[in-house]
Design a protein around this ligand. Structure first.
Ligand SMILES: [Fe+2]
Ligand SMILES: [Fe+2]
Length: 511
């Protein structure tokens, strides 16, 4: 324990940068942030960068951000450098350094501008770490390591992390858990951005008002107009796609952030009144921001696709957590109104793909999403998302508690968290579960313990269409061999945003 001890590195013999990882800024064709950690505060942290294969030509100073972990008292020092004037579709080399330590090098690649070229991205949630730390109470699996290499083999432009990054709130060594996580993903994230969104296990009671202080300190993400909630939700544009990251703990009814370990061991937990149940914490600010973002993206002639990534799910066929009614109440009407094409999530530790959905089944008190058959009239593997939003649950990143073997059940049943029973900060509020017929469920992978998805964007096809090809890659427990399990193509006309009136007419009929 390092309580109260501030370690300051000597100019000579300072510890080296570690946990180096990339993030895009709001414009992925020009803006990248590089983040890293050092186990001490250091002098003149900075970034040097230049064209790939050339000596570094530019230099920017890095900002220092720190936090003190409430459970262990450890101080964490992180450093962040932003570059805002890169060329689109270009490779660069960079190195991060400070006085008294050798630099650590990496490379980066910016997104193509507009519809000038295709790109690939990948995604999963619920990752955990590859080996135990501390007393081993936090989740870990060999596949949490294998999946990083599997992602890298596909050479995506970037990777989306759909929450529950490392489950630090379940570990007696949360800082060591983050160190393990960032070292693991750093094998990839030093060369391509891993863009995260916080899940319920990023809520570390005692670390900031919503428990997200560790997450917020470690990542440098596009702004959302707030200081207090920076990184919790944000958007960025890559090519003709607007990516929107949401923090669903703000709208979910489930009490998902609770950690008995932190309740029992964080000093001052009771007296300070820490409460991991944070539903509604933004007071509607996130929803208002989301509506503005979606409206702007739908009006933008340069944007063909809107992809949302978030943690908890709107639909689930697993008796694990269940889908959350709060998401259906708060987010889905906006997804309908502004024609969100694709939603990626985690939280349920399996893979499930919905039919395109729009509106709700008539008379459904659970707001059960309605399939939109017009979207796949000719071929169920080719979907026109002007007629509905496709949802993917990709929760098999690496957490060892897996849905297929344990909790998947009746083939036609969906599970919804419709509320929570009364509780307190000291006792996790139990979910009130209801079931529905899962007419929205198109595919569930029941063979793979773990997996991730890849997405190939073709921005401008012959005939005036654009497409995203989705592939799900699954692996058995303990196997590094990820194989194709599911494949589907989303396709629609380029600049479909101009057809908003058609889309809204469909939406009104479905409601
Ligand atoms: Fe999870
Ligand atoms: Fe979760």
């Amino acid at each position: 324990m390092l309580t109260g001890l501030v370690r300051r590195a000597d100019a000579a013999g300072a510890p080296a940068p570690e946990q180096v990882h990339l993030q895009f800024g709001a414009d992925a064709s020009r803006q990248v942030a590089v983040s890293w950690a050092v186990p001490a505060t250091v002098a003149r942290p900075r970034l040097r960068f230049g064209a790939a294969g050339s000596p570094p030509a530019g230099q920017v100073d890095a900002d220092e951000r720190t936090y003190t972990d409430a459970l262990t008292g450890e101080i964490v020092w992180t450093y962040h450098a932003r570059i805002d004037s890169l060329e689109p579709g270009t490779r660069y080399c960079y190195e991060v350094l400070h006085d008294g330590a050798p630099p650590v090098a990496g490379t980066l690649r910016t997104a193509p501008e507009g519809r000038s070229g295709p790109f690939r991205f990948t995604s999963f949630g619920d990752h955990a770490i590859p080996a135990p730390v501390g007393d081993g109470s936090g989740p870990h699996s060999a596949n949490a390591g294998y999946v990083v290499a599997a992602v890298d083999r596909l050479d995506p432009l970037f990777h989306l992390v759909n929450g529950d990054l490392c489950y630090a709130n379940a570990s007696d060594q949360p800082v060591a858990t983050w160190t393990s996580y960032l070292a693991n993903i750093g094998r990839s994230a030093r060369y391509r951005p891993w863009m995260p969104t916080p899940g319920n296990h990023e809520n570390e009671a005692g670390n900031g008002p919503q428990g997200y202080l560790s997450y917020q300190t470690r990542f440098e993400l596009p702004g959302n107009g707030t200081a207090a909630f920076r990184g919790n939700w944000y958007s960025f544009t890559a090519g003709s796609v607007c990516f929107v990251a949401l923090n669903n703990d703000d709208v979910c009814l489930q009490d998902g952030g609770f950690s008995g370990l932190r309740r029992d061991n964080v000093p001052g937990y009771r007296s300070a009144g820490f409460d991991p149940y944070i539903s509604g914490y933004s007071g509607g600010r996130q929803r208002r921001w989301l509506e503005r973002e979606l409206a702007a993206a739908r009006e933008d002639d340069d944007i063909d696709w809107i992809v949302v990534f978030m943690h908890q799910v709107a639909m689930s066929s697993a008796h694990f957590n269940g889908a959350d009614l709060g998401i259906r109440q708060q987010w889905l009407p906006l997804f309908d109104e502004y024609g969100v094409d694709l939603v990626l999530s985690g939280h349920e530790h399996h893979f499930e793909r919905s039919y395109p959905v729009r509106g709700v089944l008539p008379g459904s008190g659970l707001l059960t999403p309605a399939p939109a058959p017009a979207a796949w009239r000719r071929d169920p593997a080719e979907i026109d998302t002007r007629y509905g939003t496709v949802h993917l649950t990709i929760g098999g990143g690496g957490h060892p508690f897996r849905v297929p073997a344990r909790r998947l059940h009746g083939s036609r049943e969906g599970v919804v968290v419709a509320g929570v029973e009364p509780g307190s900060p000291l006792v996790q509020r139990r979910s009130v579960l209801q079931t529905e017929t899962n007419l929205w469920s198109a595919y569930r992978d029941q063979t793979s313990a773990f997996g991730f998805a890849s997405f190939d964007l073709e921005p401008a096809e012959r005939g005036g269409t654009t497409s995203i090809t989705i592939t799900y890659w699954g692996a058995a427990d303990g196997s590094p061999d990820y194989r194709q399990r599911d494949r589907v193509v989303l396709r629609k006309p380029v600049r479909a945003g101009r057809r908003q009136e058609d889309q809204l007419a469909i939406t009104r009929r479905a409601r």
